[in-house]
Design a protein around this ligand. Structure first.
Ligand code: CO
Length: 136
């Protein structure tokens, strides 16, 4: 059985969303299809389609939010890799049993009509992973 179905999107931490949107619009040849604030996560997101995949630009809504802290530590750049899954609770249980450290016990509503759960980078070679399931 396929567990992680595909890479759904790459999350990129940016200092200024409008500037980054201009860059990625120039790169990809078309603009973002959605902008969305996820207040609980302290981010404003902007989504671009790249074939069957997406790029998610992330700007912090607060000076001490997770994206602001990530940029402080490492500068702008790739923040997380998101995998599409068919059954997020089953995948969370599987990964937990397989030794991965989940950042939440329950899936949470994320941007772009998804349920999400993050996996701590220290259990995945320094990469923050996101499991994402479309809300049907
Ligand atoms: Co994401």
């Amino acid at each position: 059985m396929d567990h992680l179905l595909r890479i759904e999107h790459l999350g990129i931490a940016v200092k200024d969303l409008a500037t980054a949107e201009e860059v990625y619009t120039r790169l990809l040849g078309s603009g973002p299809y959605k902008r969305e604030v996820v207040e609980r996560e302290g981010v404003t997101t902007s989504f671009f389609k790249v074939g069957p995949n997406k790029i998610e630009l992330l700007e912090s809504t607060t000076p001490d939010g997770p994206i602001a802290r990530a940029i402080e530590k490492r500068g702008e750049g790739i923040h997380h890799v998101a995998f599409e899954v068919a059954d997020i609770r089953a995948e969370m249980a599987r990964l937990k049993a397989a030794g991965f450290q989940l950042l939440s016990e329950e899936p949470k509503p994320g941007a772009d009509n998804k349920l999400v759960c993050f996996v701590h980078p220290k259990s995945a070679n320094g990469v923050l992973l996101e499991l994402t399931q479309e809300i049907g």
